[in-house]
Ligand binder design. Structure first.
Ligand code: SAH
Length: 355
């Protein structure tokens, strides 16, 4: 049975699905899920991420984390973690860039949180010289200083959507209309988790809630606050989100999120404020939310690009210049993507970020 068939049968039996349940089925269904069945990244795939655009991204992220490790007295056993490592490119670039930081590789146990068996296989190949281990949940993180990166991980977590109706909310649901999947609205109900949003929304506004992100953030921030370490959360989004940001991408083009379930990537903009509040509540400090372009500039991406460009032929050099622009320019990824840094309350933020 196709995923559409499975979803229609599930809705016919149990009633409409929340957007979160729909995203989970589309992305992670064991046999039809988007991530479980394919490698979605790169020119051949449906979307491209910063580390797949250029090695410079991972190199600078790696040096920022390694500098935090040095600043915190270079503890001799740490875990170096990536959430949602895709093809393993980012972690490979981090490891190559930090090869010459004395003691860093010896101290680091590499752990990858990945739900997709297909992508785990690709990560194992990319990182075969570094013997990474995989974990299924952040609850499996050991009690040790945690140095972590998550690029475009949180945006893949399922969100629920709510439409403001008076002083209550109606949840956006996916049901069946004329035999096909269709959006609808649930009954009006108060939502405890949304009571603070009555102040900054009006009738008819749509807001999104990513409940799955909070427990993950609480665990990560608790580890960094307690054992030391640093975290770099990079994603597209803003401090507060407003409006429908559910997006389906197929072959690098936006598509209707309901027409090809399991065959298109589904994401939503990340709402950073609830994550920052969860980090603080867990006893961890967080940086100012910083545009990716500013973060990479402060870490010296232009100097790095110049060094890489020197030996290149003209066409390769143009590709590198385009990659630099794509990662940093405010009209490309530079402003759309933001970085939130996590660090212990007694330490400085990771380089590239401000308290
Ligand atoms: N960080 C990579 C890939 C981003 S794509 C890069 O920058 O290129 C999102 C990644 O998160 C994929 O590896 C996907 O399989 C993984 N992922 C999505 N939802 C997940 C979940 N609930 N648990 C673990 N991994 C998940």
């Amino acid at each position: 049975m196709s995923l559409t068939g499975h979803l229609l049968a599930r809705i016919a039996q149990d009633g409409p699905l929340s957007v979160a349940d729909y995203m989970t089925e589309c992305l992670l269904h064991p046999t039809h899920g988007y991530y479980t069945t394919r490698d979605p990244l790169g020119v051949q795939g449906d979307f491209i991420t910063a580390p797949e655009i250029s090695q410079m991204f991972g190199e600078l992220v790696g040096l920022s984390l390694a500098q935090s490790w040095l600043d915190q007295g270079h503890p001799d056993h740490i875990v170096l973690v990536e959430l949602g490592p895709g093809r393993g490119t980012l972690m490979a670039d981090i490891l190559r860039a930090t090869r010459n930081v004395p003691g860093f590789h010896d101290a680091a146990e590499i752990l990858l949180l990945e739900a997709s068996p297909t992508l785990r296989g690709i990560q194992a190949q990319t990182l075969q010289d570094h013997s990474p281990k995989w974990i299924d949940t952040v609850a499996d993180l050991p009690d040790a200083p945690l140095f972590l990166v998550a690029n475009e991980f949180f945006d893949a977590l399922p969100i629920r959507q709510f439409l403001r109706d008076g002083n209550g909310w109606r949840e956006r649901l996916i049901g069946i209309e004329d035999g096909e999947l269709a959006f609808g609205l649930g009954p009006r109900a108060p939502q405890v988790a949304l009571k603070d949003r009555l102040a900054d929304t009006k009738d008819g506004d749509l807001i999104e809630l990513c409940a799955a992100a909070i427990p993950i953030m609480t665990v990560i921030a608790g580890h960094i606050g307690t054992y030391g370490g640093a975290g770099l959360i990079v994603d597209y989004g803003d401090w507060h989100s407003l409006g429908d940001t559910l997006q389906a991408l197929k072959n690098h083009e936006p598509t209707d999120p309901l027409t090809t379930p399991g065959h298109a990537d589904l994401t939503a903009h990340l709402d950073f404020e609830p994550l920052a509040l969860a980090a603080r509540a867990a006893g961890c400090a967080h940086s100012r939310l910083t545009a990716q372009g500013v973060f990479l500039d402060r870490l010296g991406i232009t100097t790095r690009a110049q060094a890489l460009a020197r030996p290149l032929e003209e066409s390769e050099r143009n590709t590198l210049i385009a990659a630099h622009r794509r990662l940093t320019h405010p009209e490309e990824m530079g402003n759309l993507f933001k970085v939130l840094g996590l660090y212990p309350t007694y330490a400085a933020p990771p380089p590239g970020l401000e308290p």
